[in-house]
Write a protein that binds this ligand. Structure first.
Ligand SMILES: C[S@@+](CC[C@H](N)C(=O)[O-])C[C@H]1O[C@@H](n2cnc3c(N)ncnc32)[C@H](O)[C@@H]1O
Length: 280
């Protein structure tokens, strides 16, 4: 059986420009608003399709070096297309942030939005890397998501996935075991608490500031959430079901989100923190 359009979307993480309007886009301006002065260098960690870099290049004409590090080849290719007009002001590198290679320069600003949970349990390496790549007065601006979690460590997107698995026939109480059996660590476990994170950051960087906002996701249809899920989480969760049921799984995630939207007036709501980290 050939894969459905949404399965192909999940494999290639496509459609992110549109999907990210639902949640991640707000982080971009929030982070860029914290930058003071006229920076010449910025490194974005987990730069996705290059939207933050583009916004920074537009906002700060002084920026001569805007660098993106990203793991997904599909995303890097989309970012390269988007950022081509900025010529030599931009460099994009393929990188795994759980084992980041050193770069031969330091930056005044390092940013990372909606990425840290994917680096679990190796987050510390990115803080050590940032400490070694910030100029003495530089700042690392980081956003982190903090969904509430249940006694099994599930919360946030895991809840929608749990509903979808139940709709496909898995008894609700067995869902945590299904996650464990497939090696899928719940996202609400990947996203450490603020206190845990502060302990991981502490040896490398100083917390100079912390802001909080509530990220509320609303949708106008099940299909819209189905595509947001595929573009954001890719095939991370869909491996919980056999290949021939994946199209059905994505549809069930969309339907579960739409049910929540009708019942609660939103799909999800969770605190997001913006950390300003500086050299020790
Ligand atoms: C939710 S997206 C956020 C993208 C962008 N920062 C934004 O705010 O729109 C998470 C990004 O982190 C990247 N990523 C996940 N794990 C990574 C790793 N180990 N190394 C580098 N990039 C990674 C993904 O490919 C994806 O582009």
């Amino acid at each position: 059986m050939s894969p459905s359009a949404v399965e192909i979307q999940a494999r290639t993480l496509a459609g992110y420009a549109d999907a990210s309007r639902l949640r991640q886009v707000q982080d971009r301006d929030w982070v860029l608003d914290r930058i003071t002065g006229a920076p010449e260098s910025l490194i974005d960690l987990g730069s996705g399709i290059g939207q933050l870099l583009q916004a920074a290049l537009e906002r700060f004409p002084t920026l001569r070096r805007a660098v993106g590090l990203e793991r997904s080849e599909h995303r890097l290719a989309e970012a390269a297309d988007r950022l081509r007009p900025y010529g030599e002001r931009v460099a994009l590198h393929r990188a795994d942030l759980t084992a980041p290679e050193p770069l031969p320069f330091r930056a005044e600003v390092i940013t990372q939005t909606s990425v840290l949970h994917w680096l679990h349990p190796d987050e510390e390496r990115v803080f050590a890397w940032a400490a070694a790549h910030l100029t003495p007065d530089g700042s690392f601006l980081l956003t982190t998501y903090h969904p509430a979690r249940d006694e099994h460590g599930l919360g946030g997107e895991d809840e929608l996935v749990r509903d979808a698995l139940v709709a496909l026939g898995t008894p609700r109480q067995e869902v945590p075991a299904v996650f464990a059996r497939h090696g899928v660590l719940p996202i609400a476990t990947r996203t450490r608490t603020a206190e845990d994170l502060a302990a991981v950051i502490g040896p490398h960087l100083r917390v100079a500031g912390r802001l909080e906002r509530e990220a509320v996701v609303t949708v106008d249809s099940a299909e819209r959430y189905e595509h947001f899920h595929a573009a954001t989480f890719g095939d991370y969760y869909s491996r919980l079901v056999p290949e021939e049921r994946r199209a059905e799984f994505f549809r069930a995630v969309g339907e579960s989100a739409w049910r929540r939207q009708r019942e609660r007036g939103h799909v999800s709501s969770m605190p997001v923190l913006l950390w300003t980290l500086t050299s020790r």
